[in-house]
Design a protein around this ligand. Structure first.
Ligand code: ADE
Length: 237
């Protein structure tokens, strides 16, 4: 069984979208992962196919109805489906590489994409959804967040990336940002590549990259740097 993604959305035509191109697209065609988008509106019960209603307590916008969402989940998932059910929302826990790794290592994901002001909290609780945000900003719906989550997971699946070691060195894999990269020409517009990278001395290159990783993390992401030190990372040496 390949890694499988089911997306519950009011806009199924958005999928696979950009995930149908490049690395993820090739993996999709090769059957390394599967992507099924389910239209939530199919599960509306009235003549007008209503999926949302005004919020109790008043206020702007519309809220997606729990009965419609619940029916969509029941109809879409197999009885013994063990994939985590994730609701994309700016109220969720932040997506990070550690969650991405966990999800990629499992059987796949079921992603619920909200629109409007969100989804009735009761169905989120009743279905024990994991609420996940892709960043501290507000999108007009969960679909682009779902694509971000899927892209981050799919590239970690076995056979998707050309060189698996690039996933070990890249940003966030060890709690640090990645070192800067350079390629030919060795001098460009008067700017030289750091000489150590041309030295052929592997241990020196590794040391330079480690220092560069630490420096850029400290400067740009003091939050990651602190977490790394609290976790007892080797970065302090
Ligand atoms: N839906 C709207 N904004 C979002 C965000 N930041 N993350 C996940 N889903 C969202």
């Amino acid at each position: 069984m390949s890694w499988s993604a089911t997306i519950l959305t009011l806009f199924p035509e958005m999928f696979p979208g950009p995930l149908g191109t490049s690395l993820a697209g090739r993996a999709l065609r090769e059957g390394i992962w599967g992507c099924q988008a389910q239209d939530i509106r199919v599960f509306a019960t009235d003549r007008h196919r209503t999926v949302d209603d005004t919020p109790f307590g008043g206020g702007a916008g519309m809220v997606m109805r729990p009965d419609v969402i619940d029916a969509a989940i029941s109809a879409t998932l197999a009885k013994n489906d063990e994939r985590p059910l994730i609701y994309l929302t700016p109220r969720g826990r932040l997506l990070d590489q550690s969650l991405v790794r966990d999800l990629a290592a499992g059987p796949g994901v079921v992603l619920l994409c909200g629109r409007y002001e969100g989804v009735d909290q009761r169905v989120i609780e009743a279905r024990q959804m994991l609420e996940v945000s892709v960043g501290d900003y507000v999108l007009s719906g969960g679909e682009l967040g779902a694509m971000i989550l899927l892209d981050a997971c799919v590239r970690l699946l076995p056979g998707v990336m050309g060189a698996p070691e690039s996933a070990v060195e890249e940003s966030h894999s060890a709690g640090l940002l990645e070192y800067a990269q350079y390629t030919r020409p060795a001098e460009w517009q008067g700017r030289a590549v750091p000489p150590v990278l041309l030295s052929g001395h592997h241990a020196e290159v590794a040391r330079w990259r480690r220092q560069e990783s630490e420096a850029v993390t400290r400067e740009r992401r003091p939050d990651l740097w602190t977490r790394m030190q609290v976790a007892g990372g080797s970065a302090a040496s």
